[in-house]
Design a protein around this ligand. Structure first.
Ligand code: ADP
Ligand code: MG
Ligand code: MG
Length: 531
């Protein structure tokens, strides 16, 4: 015990300082880093059977190397690469930048006499391209030309790429990606939160400086409470989803005492903390609308993949450094097989839908109910069927949920907010909102979902960079120790199954963002290449 809270102050300072790591210092630290020599077949086998889309488009490093191959091969390949590049600029940019991309496309690619003329087009595509002008420049025509370009690239360029030094380099990166991950790969910082099976702390990858959150599941506690399957499901769902509104998984590994999930670090704290722990209770309306919009997009993403979240509540919604939010804690999520429903009581008291409480069959409807409860809580700092800090039995909350009407006594509820909550809190599933698309409700009038879902809508509130949005580190201290648990070969097998190491998409992004990709690919490092 330190009366002055000095331990906590030190923990916070080191944690905040790590986030402002000096890039040059890092670069020096990893000067000796090299890509592994290829073992004969391992990486090749891993990449084999993978298609153009995965190798050249989806995987960030694959896409970069394929680009480099195209740009250095010949004029025709380079033109194709530049064309696709300008097209995507045009698709995603706004206003002047979009206009500029359009003018570049028209000037550079759409006239047969220009050097960039795309000679691989069929006669028909070439005509379409030549006819492009300010007036008929639209998504449909450009999609057609984009498709034609991709079809071309999938042919000869792709097979030549597979034999090039660039692809060899890609395989080296894949070999590197498969490295075994252990505790030594990270520096560890303060605890940020606590869950049922252990704590979540901040970590930093030594070589890249990338910060993450590490959810450490205590192996003994997992076994004692039979939480293994749940942990595996959480891991498998996390690595499958890829959304701006759900925390991404970057690594899964195991240490002596823990199974570890390394995820996006959300430095802004959870929404429960923002509702109750920052002096003024509740969250201002503009923010409530913004968070609800992002949560809605996240839920729709899960539902489209056949996943029911089942633990929607402010505590599980986390803010990042820019003030954008993501769903986390997918420990109760479940993937439905096609057309199926489930009937299993799961969730948190106060947020569970009537159909869950009555143990009926259900699907996605339960998440919309919980979202209704969460909007209510963000505004009023209490739940619809449970007052703040009210001492009340679960049975009574259940009774109220099934029988009572939701009341809106708090002064901040305006008409659209009451309306959307009431629609989410319809006791009968068939009447409930959400099973259709809630994004067009007037509650969301201020939100441009197209921009929001591209990550382009700035947050109404940004966390202060020098504040740690978590309880003091020593409040997470845990003294309960579990001793009488031993592990057998079946447990060890499960731990290995869980520990799949780096998740491709996140890891490759980390290599690129941190500059490691460029450093290891630069001319000073090319000796190892065999072509
Ligand atoms: P559990 O499944 O045991 O409830 P959670 O995944 O909800 O565990 O994590 C527990 C707490 O840790 C959260 O309430 C949050 O405060 C903190 N936390 C979890 N994930 C992150 C993250 N990615 N970034 C920052 N803090 C996190
Ligand atoms: Mg949780
Ligand atoms: Mg959980």
């Amino acid at each position: 015990g330190d009366l002055l809270g000095l331990d906590n102050l030190v923990a916070n300072t080191t944690y905040l300082k790590a986030q402002q790591i000096d890039r040059n210092e890092l670069r020096k630290r990893r000067l000796s880093l090299t890509l592994p020599k290829l073992k004969k077949t391992s990486a090749l086998q891993a990449a084999e059977g993978e298609m153009y889309e995965s190798l050249c488009e989806q995987q960030p490093i694959g896409s970069k190397l394929f680009q480099q191959f195209l740009l250095t091969s010949n004029d025709q390949y380079a033109a194709a690469a530049e064309f696709l590049d300008e097209l995507s600029k045009w698709s995603f940019a706004e206003d002047e930048k979009r206009e500029k991309a359009k003018q570049t496309i028209l000037a550079k690619f759409c006239q047969s006499q220009s050097t960039g003329f795309l000679s691989y087009f069929t006669e028909e595509d070439a005509e379409t391209c030549k006819d492009l002008s300010d007036s008929n420049f639209d998504e449909v025509i450009l999609d057609q030309l984009r498709e034609a370009t991709r079809e071309f690239l999938k042919g000869r360029p792709f097979s030549e790429y597979l034999k090039s030094q660039f692809f060899y380099r890609f395989l080296q990166w894949k070999e590197y990606e498969r490295q075994k991950i252990t505790d030594k790969y990270f520096y560890e910082f303060r605890t940020l939160g606590k869950g049922g099976f252990g704590e979540v702390c901040a970590v930093q990858v030594k070589h890249t400086g990338q910060m993450y959150a590490c959810k450490k599941l205590d192996k003994r506690r997992l076994k004692k409470k039979g939480g293994e399957r749940m942990a595996l499901v959480e891991k498998q769902i996390l690595e499958k989803v890829n959304s701006l509104f759900i925390v991404n998984l970057a690594y899964a590994y195991n240490s002596r005492h823990h199974l570890c999930l390394v995820m996006d670090l959300m430095t802004g704290g959870d929404l429960r903390f923002h509702i109750y722990d920052l002096g003024k209770r509740g969250i201002r309306m503009e923010r409530v609308v913004y968070y609800t919009a992002q949560i809605t997009s996240g839920l729709l993403h899960l539902h489209n993949m056949g996943i029911v979240y089942r633990d929607m509540k402010p505590e599980n919604v986390l803010l990042d450094g820019k003030g954008q939010c993501r769903l986390s804690d997918l420990g109760l999520a479940v993937e439905l097989s096609k057309g199926k429903m489930i009937c299993q009581k799961a969730g948190t008291t106060g947020y569970m839908a009537p159909e869950v409480l009555k143990q009926e069959y259900y699907r996605y409807s339960v998440d919309w109910w919980s979202l209704g409860c969460s909007i209510y809580e963000m505004v009023a700092a209490r739940l619809p069927f449970r007052d703040f800090r009210e001492k009340v039995q679960n049975d009574e909350v259940t009774r109220r949920t099934l029988e009572d009407e939701c009341k809106f006594e708090h002064k901040s509820f305006d008409a659209p907010t009451k309306d959307i909550i009431s629609r989410f809190l319809k006791k009968r599933v068939a009447r409930r909102f959400g099973c259709d698309d809630p994004r067009s409700h007037e509650f969301f009038n201020s939100i441009n979902f197209h921009r929001l879902e591209a990550g382009l809508l700035e947050a109404p509130w940004v966390p202060k960079p020098n504040v740690v949005y978590a309880k003091d580190a020593d409040e997470f201290k845990d003294n309960s120790d579990i001793k009488d648990v031993t592990f057998d070969t079946k447990d060890e097998k499960f731990f290995r199954e869980f520990s799949t190491g780096a998740v491709s998409m996140q890891w490759q992004k980390e290599m690129i963002d941190s500059g490691v990709f460029d450093e290891l690919n630069n001319p000073g490092h090319t000796e190892g290449i065999i072509s």
